[in-house]
Ligand binder design. Structure first.
Ligand code: SDX
Length: 427
């Protein structure tokens, strides 16, 4: 295979190197294109543009493959705990028992936040969307923690990582509990990472909290499945904000805002709202399929389609089975699950979806599990953010340690050409 391509333009020919990844992906390195040919590339939404080389997550959209640091997502979801996966994503290897235990203890040591953060939380109306509150609180963490980190100092980066891994779950539980009108509490040092999240969120003020293994297991699986997904919208946001040498907390706060959008992480909330609408519309699934196909209608089938997957999202398969198991185990009968299955089956048999390779994505079934846990629909994307945290951290750390340049795309200007100012009395 050739290691370069030749490009000819206006009588000038240049050679551009081909970059090949460890899984055989190929890219044209266009770093010298403008200097050699006076051309830039133009690719709105970056559908055909790689922003970086990365060794963290590999996905093959055609095959429906997803691996974290080389491990298949199915295997990790089945056999690993969330902190093992977080450690793997961030540091590149599955931890030994000793490394895992030390990581957990250092995170627990950081599992508190300055009480003044409650003032930011209290300043929001109860109706405020939890993602906006979480992004503000995460940015607020910077005020109470050293904002700049010397990326050449591994201990400083490690410390920022364990601080964020310890503090974000508290902020998530506080956002949830404020919405539910419950007192704001801290975790239990004796518990594991995910068990502690469940306890912080679900404990009631009037009785002892009894852990529910079904909930803990389902939460573990959901967090693992959401942990990273290479250069998606919110991760690209974390990387570009971090590329200005903004701190880790500020970069993740920006990623939370990007994830909020209904085309991205906000889709898990939009899916359940859509399924509720269908349920309240006599379960008329076909009507919504037709709406999604109607170009004059802005409605899209939420939880369907993906920028990269042109096959089943491997996470959707696992979550679909988990949804079925969790509802069974919890004894929850939710008509919305049946509607989801009927909608999926109808769409997958419809030419419009088949031709465009639109399959259920990670967001299609996840909300049904959160709903069975009693989590309010506005909190679903916050749970996505909790899962995606180690991925954002891993990508930020990789970008900073590789000393990547500040992200600053170019553009093609299509506005007015030079013209002279006209005073207001002459306009
Ligand atoms: C996540 O990138 C990631 O990795 C994201 C994520 C992660 O883990 O970080 O996987 C998480 O964000 C999953 C996606 C959640 N979003 C949704 O479920 C929202 C509904 N889906 C879409 O809006 C859409 O599919 C996107 C945004 C996910 C992808 O959009 P693209 O890649 O820009 O594709 P497109 O809009 O160019 O669509 C191609 C065609 C178009 O039709 P034509 O112009 O060819 O006629 O497919 C159509 C689109 O209209 N289409 C849909 C559709 N998704 C695409 N039509 C109806 N319903 C849909 N859901």
């Amino acid at each position: 295979m050739s290691s370069k391509i030749n490009l000819e333009f206006n009588g000038k020919e240049v050679e551009l190197p081909i970059v090949e990844g460890s899984e055989g992906e190929l890219a044209v390195d266009v770093k010298s294109l403008r200097q050699q040919l006076g051309l830039i590339t133009l690719d709105p939404g970056y559908k055909n543009t790689g922003s970086c080389e990365s060794g963290i997550t590999f996905l093959d959209g055609e095959k429906g493959t997803l691996r974290y640091r080389g491990y298949e997502i199915d295997e990790l979801a089945e056999k690993a705990n969330f902190l093992e996966v977080a450690y793997l994503l961030i540091f590149g290897e599955l931890p030994t028992q000793e490394q895992h235990d030390a990581f957990l203890i250092e995170i627990k040591e950081e599992s508190y936040v300055d009480e003044d953060l409650k003032k930011i939380l209290e300043s929001f109306p109860k109706s405020a969307h939890p993602m906006g509150v979480l992004s503000s609180l995460t940015s607020g963490l910077t005020a109470f923690n050293p904002s700049s980190v010397d990326v050449n100092a591994d201990d400083q980066i490690y410390n920022a990582i364990v601080r964020l891994m310890g503090k974000l779950p508290i902020l998530v539980s506080w956002v949830y509990r404020k919405r539910m009108g419950l007192p704001l509490k801290y975790g239990d040092y004796a518990l594991g990472y995910v068990e502690n999240i469940a306890r912080m969120m679900f404990r009631k003020p009037n009785k002892e909290y009894v852990a529910n293994p079904i909930v803990d297991n389902a939460l573990t699986k959901l967090l693992i499945l959401h942990a990273d997904h290479e250069q998606n919208c919110s991760t690209s946001t974390v990387r570009i904000v971090g590329s200005s040498h903004a701190g880790l907390f500020a970069s993740v706060a920006a990623g939370i805002s990007a994830l909020w959008g209904p085309l991205h992480g906000g889709a898990n909330q939009a899916v359940v709202e859509m399924l509720e609408d269908i349920k309240n519309d006599d379960g008329d699934v076909q009507k919504y399929i037709e709406k999604a196909k109607d170009k004059s209608d802005p409605f899209r089938l939420m939880g369907f389609g993906h920028r990269v997957y042109k096959n089943f999202d491997p996470r959707a398969r696992i979550i679909k089975k988990t949804a079925h198991d969790v509802l069974n185990d919890l004894g929850v009968v939710d008509p919305v699950l049946d509607i989801a299955k009927k909608l999926e089956q109808t769409a997958l048999e419809d030419e419009y979806f088949v031709k465009r390779k639109l399959y259920p994505n990670v967001d299609f079934y996840s909300g049904i599990i959160y709903r069975a846990m009693g989590i309010p629909v506005e909190m679903y994307t916050v749970m996505f953010a909790l899962g995606r945290l180690p991925g954002w951290i891993a990508q930020w750390r990789e970008m900073r340690k590789r000393k990547e340049p500040i992200g600053r795309p170019r553009q093609i200007y299509t506005g007015e050409q030079k013209r002279s100012f006209v005073s207001i009395d002459k306009r």
